[in-house]
Ligand binder design. Structure first.
Ligand SMILES: [Zn+2]
Length: 287
């Protein structure tokens, strides 16, 4: 069943582990995430950006994810990633999304707070969780290119208190998309935020961050890790490999099937890296 993620995110926080949250784009990537999570006995979050909704449609995505949650019997949440507009959030909640991220960080602070509060009121009346972000994660997200601005702990504390969000995405040196050099996360900043914000903290742009830095982030209080690019790369590679081996291949079940296998493997690795393997029993309950 699709659930509000806060139950298993709080559980992960208590255990000192994180929930992996994967950006999907189509049927096969949704199946791969569900299959990987079931194999690891872990709750999981599937998320789509507004750009993916233009490609696949919120109701199509929700229908497939609902089915996957039933079929694989893992606690699963469906989350809207980086959404700047209220109407899309309403549309997704109506389609069955159980969690949304409102991203109006481009607005002046007071207007941003006002908008996030409005989303929180509406979402909570429907039992939907809300992720907010303070600071700016750099890199490319959908069609947006952003300059990074690190999260200031005192501002994060004020933002969390004023908005009533359920979880907070922070900027501590990660970026969306592919890294040019090796990222160096600001762990001191993470701990300083953790000390004053009593909410599950979220790391965006985790693709390409060395494993030890992910583990250290989780140890210091990150409870949700977003992974997008690291699924796209093996998927594209598996498809390229299929055509390289057989240029005449034209069966989508074969090239997309190979892509699905490659993505499932990465999903499993990431869930293990987050420490969430074995959180659920055979019946799909958090144990
Ligand atoms: Zn992000």
């Amino acid at each position: 069943m699709l659930v509000n993620p806060m139950g298993f995110i709080q559980e992960a926080r208590q255990r000192g582990v994180a929930i992996a949250s994967f950006n999907v784009h189509n049927l096969e990537t949704i199946q791969a995430v569900a299959e990987g999570a079931a194999a690891e006995h872990s709750p999981v979050i599937i998320q789509t950006t507004p750009g993916t909704l233009k490609h696949a449609g919120a109701r199509y995505v929700a229908a497939i994810v609902r089915e996957a949650a039933e079929e694989y019997g893992v606690p699963m949440a469906l989350h809207l990633d980086h959404c700047p507009d209220y109407d899309t959030i309403l549309r997704c909640m109506a389609a069955g999304y159980t969690s949304v991220m409102i991203d109006t960080a481009h607005l002046p602070y007071e207007e941003n707070v006002e908008m996030v509060r409005r989303v929180v009121a509406e979402a909570h009346s429907r039992g939907v969780a809300v992720e907010g972000e303070l600071g700016r994660i750099g890199g490319v997200e959908d069609d947006l290119v952003g300059e990074a601005a690190f999260t200031v702990p005192e501002e994060a504390q004020d933002f969390a208190q004023q908005t009533g969000i359920d979880m907070l995405a922070i900027a501590i040196g990660t970026a969306h998309g592919e890294y040019k050099g090796e990222p160096n996360l600001d762990f001191e900043r993470l701990s300083a935020i953790r000390a004053v914000v009593d909410l599950p903290l979220i790391l965006h742009g985790a693709s390409g961050v060395p494993d030890w830095q992910i583990r250290e982030s989780v140890k210091r209080g990150i409870c949700k890790i977003n992974i997008a690019t690291e699924l796209k790369i093996p998927m594209a590679q598996a498809i390229r490999d299929t055509f390289a081996a057989n240029p005449g291949e034209n069966d989508p079940r074969r090239y997309m099937g190979n892509a699905k296998k490659a993505v499932t493997e990465v999903v499993r690795q990431k869930i293990r890296l987050c420490g969430a393997s074995g959180m659920t029993d055979e019946g799909g309950n958090v144990q």
